[in-house]
Design a protein around this ligand. Sequence first.
Ligand code: DX5
Ligand code: ZN
Length: 218
Amino acid sequence: MAIIAPSVLNADFSRLAEQITALESGGADWIHLDIMDGHFVPNMTFGPMIVAAIRRITALPLDVHLMISNADAYISAFQEAGADLITVHVEACPHLWRTLENIRTLGVRPGVTLNPATPLLMIEPVLSLVEMVLVMSVEPGFGGQRYLPGAGERIAQLKRWRAERSLEYLIEVDGGIDETSASGVVSAGADVLVIGQAIFRQNDIAGAVRQLRMSLQA
Ligand code: DX5
Ligand code: ZN
């Protein structure tokens, strides 16, 4: 069964605690946190302070997706804030080997990701260092975008590499996932689904998570 990791990017931040509780009661497995700096991506969100606040109100694993330049300088701050997984972009980290080892040394599960137009081969050398590979299925920066084609083939290739090399990383997909695109990426081999708008556009957030779970089981 796929792990459901709702992204709070499109939550109502004036009611964040209440909405995270709703995600939990709907059966969310993880909380996905999109960190944007207005530089690596053309949008800004929040930093370690908000991650620490979320850490205090939920026991669910916090899946932190760093869309920031100079990610290396902020990894320890996100670890201290309570991140369980930290995923970095290959486009923002010129020394990936060092970055991923640094994340692991801090006791956090390291993940790597790439933009839709970046060749998958860019992350192939570090697959043995990560616990998760995130396949972006939109250009990072905003919630509610259209799912771009091509993620399914990337997921299938990552699944083949994992089997050939006896590795164990999870394959996560992020961007434009709803009931329709979810079934395709799950059959391609996705283990973790990040879902933003498809949940937060509904009035009943808990019900939206339950509904997604049921459609995946069907
Ligand atoms: C995009 C973010 C995603 C986004 C997903 O930069 O990484 O996590 O919030 O949201 P939806 O599901 O609305 O595409
Ligand atoms: Zn994300």
